[in-house]
Structure formats: C-alpha cells, structure tokens
Design a protein around this ligand. Sequence first.
Ligand SMILES: [Ca+2]
Length: 530
Amino acid sequence: MADSNNYNPPGELPIVKENVTISVFAPASTDIARADSDMTKWMEEITNVHVEWETAAGDAFQEKLQLTLASGAYPDMIAAGTSRVDKMVEQQWGMQKLLIPLNQYYDTVSVGYKNAFEKIPGMRDYITSLDGNIYSMPNIDGALQIQFPNKMWVNTEWLKNVGLQAPTTTDEFYHMLKAFKEQDANGNGDANDEIPFSAVNSNQPLDIFLMNPFILCPEGRMWLDNGKLVFSVMEPAYQEGIRYLNKLYAEGLINPEMFTWDATTQVNTNENGSEPVLGAVLAQRPGNFCDLSGYPDNSHKWEQYYPIAPLQGVNGNEMITNYNAYSSTLQTGVAMITSTCKEPEAAFRMVDLLATEEMTIITTNGPKGQGWRDAVDGEIGLDGSPAKVTIESEQRPANWGGWDQLMGRVQTPEYLAGISYVQDPYSPALNPMQGRHVVLYRSSLDYQKVAQPLESVLPSLYYSNDVINEFSMLKTTITDYVNEMLVAFVTGSKNIDTDWDAYMSQLKTLGVERYMQIIQETYNESPFAK
Ligand SMILES: [Ca+2]
C-alpha cells in the first residue's frame, strides 16, 4: 500500500519524498529511447517518481498492449500517446475494473487538469464515462485552428489579378471561381492552368464549408437543435446546397481530380510550376496544399493564401460555421492507470504535472532558457495581448524529445494565444506577426465569431456495450453511403432532383432512423444533456 506520509501536498515538488517506481507501457519514441531522454531524467529529479519503461514500436503498440493486458501482468500505467486507446475500449476496461476511476484525484490533488477544466467548457463531461467515472487523462490541443479546421484558403494574389475582393456570399464565391477559371489568374501567360477550387476529399469533405450557408454541416454532419439531433444530409436545405456544388462542378470550377487526390498530389501539383495553380483550397493548414519544408528555401507560395471568413447564409440563414469543440481538441485514451498500480496518486500527479501550462512549453520546446524564455515588455502574443513566453527557436535540445503527446500535454487556447514568436520558423522573411502561427490564429477568429453554439455541437459519446456494435456498423454503412452519394450528386452521375427520393429511401433501408435513435438516446443519457 502507498504510504500517504510520503506525499508532499498537491502542487508541491517533489511529488513524493522517497522515490517510488511506476511501470509505464508506452509506444517507443522515434526520437530517443525513453529511458535515455533528458526530459525523462529531469522529470525523475523533480518528482522523485522513477519510470520503468516498457515499450513497443508505434505500429505494434495496440497489439502488444492487448497481449500484455491479456496476460494479466498489467503495467502500472498505460501511456498511449498518439496510439490512443479508443474511447469505447477505455470505458470497457474501466467497467471491467482493469483501469481505476480517477475522479478522486481530479477532485483532490489535481493542479494541471483543474486549471484545464476551468478553461475548457465541457471538458469534464467529455471525458466522463456512462458510469460517471473518468478513466483517463487526456491530451489537449486547444489551438484555435484545431477547433476550426475547415477553412477556405484563397489565393490573395489571384484576387488582385482578377480585380476582386474576398467573397462573402455563395454568389460572390461562384463569381470568384469563374474569374479564376476564365482569366490568367496566376499571371504566367497561360490562361488554362488554373484550378479554381480543390480540396483533398479524404480529410475535408466537400460539403463542409460551402454547405454551411445552406444548412449547418459539421464533420459527421450531425448537430443538436435544442437537444434534438439533426442529420444535415436528410434536410431539404442540404439538397439545395448540393445543387449549388453541382453547379460549380458542372461549370468546371471544382477540380475533378479532388475525389482521388491525396495531400501529396495536391501539394506537388501546386508546387510544380513557377506559379501556384490552386485558387481556393478547403484545408486545415497551408501544408495541405503547399510545401513548407526545406526552410528557408521553400517556394513561399503559401504566403499568397489567406482563409476567407465563413460565407453569409442564404434564404435568411444566419452566418454560421461548424465548431470542432471536442474531438480533436480533447484526446481521450492517452494515459490510464491500472488496478494493480500501487502508487496511483504518484502516477496521476506525474501526468497532472505535465498538464500544467508551465510544463507544456518545457515538454514541447525544452528547458527554459534553451530556445524559449519569459516574455519581456513589448512582446505580444498571437491575440495581441502581452505575451507570457517567447519562443526564440523551435529547435529544442537534441536529447529532450519523446514526451510531446505521450501523456497529459495540455495546451489551453488562452495559453497558446499568449505565446510570442521571435521568428516564424516557416517564413523567415516575414515579420513574425505575419507568420504562419499568426495567420492560423487570426483567421480562426473569423470563424470563432460565427461558430455554432457549443450546446449544438454533438460530441463523440461513450456508448453502452448493448448498442456499440450495432452503432458502429450503422455508422460505417451510412457514412460510406452518404459520402458516395455526395460525390455522385456533385459530379452529376446521380441527379440531385430526380434521385433525391431514392436516396432518402435508401438511407431508411440502411437503418438511418435506428442510427439516429441510438445517438439521440445516448446523448440524452450523457452528462451533456444534464
Ligand atoms: Ca495561368
């Protein structure tokens, strides 16, 4: 049994007076052996918690973890990093008492997560299982561009060349694409090499940004209207939005290759010639359509692009954009403590220490004074207010790596906004306040201003064992069909008017009513509805 006298009060270091050992099962670091990392040694020095690592190569991690658990020889802690354990599996392990509930630690000794709970609305609800217990310690990426990842990047040089302002309506967007197509928008003397609009279908479905003026369409295409589930793809306004997309396609304004392109093809196509060939691109970040590598000698084409704000609603709709409040920001299934751990408080407090704002930058950038320092007067953060810390170089010390997203890194939106950069690492020629971090942050504010209300966001939920298999099957079948029909309607291989009824009836045949019922009932039972 753990000796409670061995513990210093919460928030004080070291965590324990006399060394304790925690065994941790983790994916191997590609950087440096976990035990050899300078950060590992430093963590032990400041906490008195010694970690005994057991690792498996990243792609074998899940399989080896299953084998380890099946053998009954549990590690004290699982630190899955980016090989996250599925939300449902995590809940199942918790209910089987393989993992211990962490509520008491969150309530009594937490410092880092306590701060995060206060700053991130809905966070505690999101990580609470159906039985009311919390079984894991999440990573949090609170960057604004993660919450608003579906941006329409437009080439601002092209806008100047065709004499247009950034479009604010679906009509203006259409006319902009037409101008891109008909004119030599990139100014290379060839009027036919412009691709007016593209996206990589695998990570940015075509119905995400351009559908919002017609009907709100988040990733997953579902949202809550006063607690009642809406599946956008079944609504008449969605049909109208598809008519618009079909018009763009029929007039040659949408890249016909986008449905089969991957990100690399898109980047290479745009980087191939002396001038970019993509006009508008639906993407999370410039790296999805430009090559930012090879610093400082890359093409710098990305600097021509800036995201336009969400378009105005049609038919009197308010301007609205989808808000990815939970799924990418709050990463569950990262760090979990097993029932055989003899020092669960030490394990929790070690991860909770990593979850403090101070540790975020140490984990990511290295020790203070090596690449980063406290900000001085006059340095401002991304949000324009006085900065808290200043990053001078994003090159951290060579032996520091391995802990980044391994367990408990918490980047709150407020903290990230308070970072000042001496030099934008992707664009040395630019003033840092015009650099990539700033572009991503500032353009996200245009989206945040018209974000769907938080209560209308459908989070990914913990489903009960009774329905999980049925739910997963319905989800796969229905999502595949909806994606297939989206392409068919947009490209015209199915007719959006004459084939719409058949589409609706096929959705019913596939079980869409039951699918929505499961989600609605699970949502109603979740902490979000209470
Ligand atoms: Ca041209």
